[in-house]
Design a protein around this ligand. Structure first.
Ligand code: ADP
Ligand code: MG
Length: 356
């Protein structure tokens, strides 16, 4: 009898596994314009194309029931799903929801999750058009598929960046991760002494970034308004390091990112100091910011440089120059993707990987 080979998931990580499972896939249909490897697939044959993306959230891996309000969970699940459509420069229009639950959950609890999903659908103008429901032996699983639309010429993938393009990012980074650290700290304090009140004063912003993030539905219009089309784009779900690496790999380029250009909120700075962590680490490896990371051609710099809420943080280089962080004193540090790779890290990290 032939001996079965057994390879361990822990040696591979999420992206390695996806590569192995999908390496032999060849697209057969003309309508399958862009398959695996981007924030969403692009399908359809006409001028308007359809964008599709799925996220799966698992209790204990993606969220912790002890501090995640259920309404927020539903809201976040939907919003991070929409974010993948904005990352393609599209507009989300429908979602379907797959739900697996154990009898530990009451009907009221599930209604709360739905309230959150529907609130997100309301504020992002998305219709919930279907799904599936089943029981689970352990915990809650939430799978969302979003369907979006764009004109075929508007779609922006991860692979279109060119050498010397400028790297831009919306909003600020690292806050969601600092919010998570605060929530984890308060959970430990509460475990040790259930009579302690959580110490969350002045931390609304970073807690909201973690528990109730928003997707950048405004960016498509903003860029159109100044006549800039990104050459590549991705949403920041796993941390700047991991996500710029996706753009570099898909575009076959390297990058230099300047640490003194990274946009960081003052609260994030203060809390990082309290936790004695380098705020740049939260930016590079924290994740869950759901901001948009994109590249533009150098010629568009004048149009973008004074737009508030967009930071130019670096530029693309040839692949052989590698992917680097540049410090103000001129040092180059090779980027390490220590993003939240669920299959590798969820034993080390309390909250596993990130959705979207
Ligand atoms: P994102 O972080 O933007 O949601 P992922 O990192 O989850 O993207 O996925 C990367 C790419 O791999 C996407 O194009 C996604 O559709 C694809 N993918 C992920 N898991 C699977 C799977 N099990 N089978 C096929 N494709 C997958
Ligand atoms: Mg994404």
């Amino acid at each position: 009898m032939k001996e079965q080979q057994r390879s361990e998931l822990s040696d591979l990580g999420e992206f390695g596994l996806i590569d192995i499972l999908t390496k032999n896939i060849k697209l057969k249909n003309k309508s399958s314009r862009l398959g695996i490897g981007d924030d969403a697939a692009v399908i359809g044959e006409g001028d308007r194309v359809t964008l599709v993306s799925t996220d799966l959230l698992v209790e204990g891996v993606h969220f912790d029931m002890s501090y995640t309000p259920l309404k927020h969970l539903g809201y976040k699940a939907a919003v991070v799903n929409f974010s993948d459509i904005y990352a393609m420069n599209g507009i989300p229009e429908q979602i379907t929801v797959g739900l697996a639950v154990s009898n530990r959950f009451s009907i009221e609890a599930l209604e709360e999750i739905y309230e959150g999903i529907l609130l997100a659908c309301e504020s992002y103008n998305v219709d919930l058009v279907g799904g599936d429901t089943t029981s689970s032996l352990s915990g809650l699983f939430l799978s969302l598929t979003v369907i979006g639309t764009a004109h075929k010429d508007e779609v922006v993938s991860r692979s279109g960046a060119k050498e010397n393009d400028l790297i831009c990012v919306t909003g600020d980074l690292g806050s969601a991760y600092m919010g998570l650290l605060v929530l984890e700290r308060e959970k430990q304090v509460f475990k040790a002494n259930p009579n302690m009140q959580p110490d969350l004063e002045g931390l609304d912003y970073i807690l909201e970034r973690q528990l109730k993030p928003e997707a950048r539905k405004d960016v498509k219009k903003m860029l159109k308004g100044i006549d800039v089309k990104p050459t590549s784009m991705i949403d920041i779900s796993d941390g700047l390091a991991s996500d710029i690496m996706h753009i570099c790999k898909a575009s076959d380029l390297g990058c230099n990112i300047f640490t003194d250009k990274l946009p960081i909120d003052p609260t994030t700075m203060t809390v990082a100091a309290e936790f004695q962590i380098d705020p740049n680490t939260a930016v590079m490896n924290g994740g869950e910011d759901y901001e948009l990371l994109f590249t533009i051609s150098q010629g568009d710099y004048e149009k973008i440089k004074d737009i508030s809420g967009i930071s130019v943080i670096g530029h693309m280089t040839e692949a052989s120059a590698g992917m680097n962080l540049a410090t103000p004193d001129g040092k180059l540090i090779a980027l390490q993707a220590q993003g939240w790779d669920g299959l590798k890290n969820n034993l080390e990290h309390p909250d596993g990987e990130n959705p979207a």
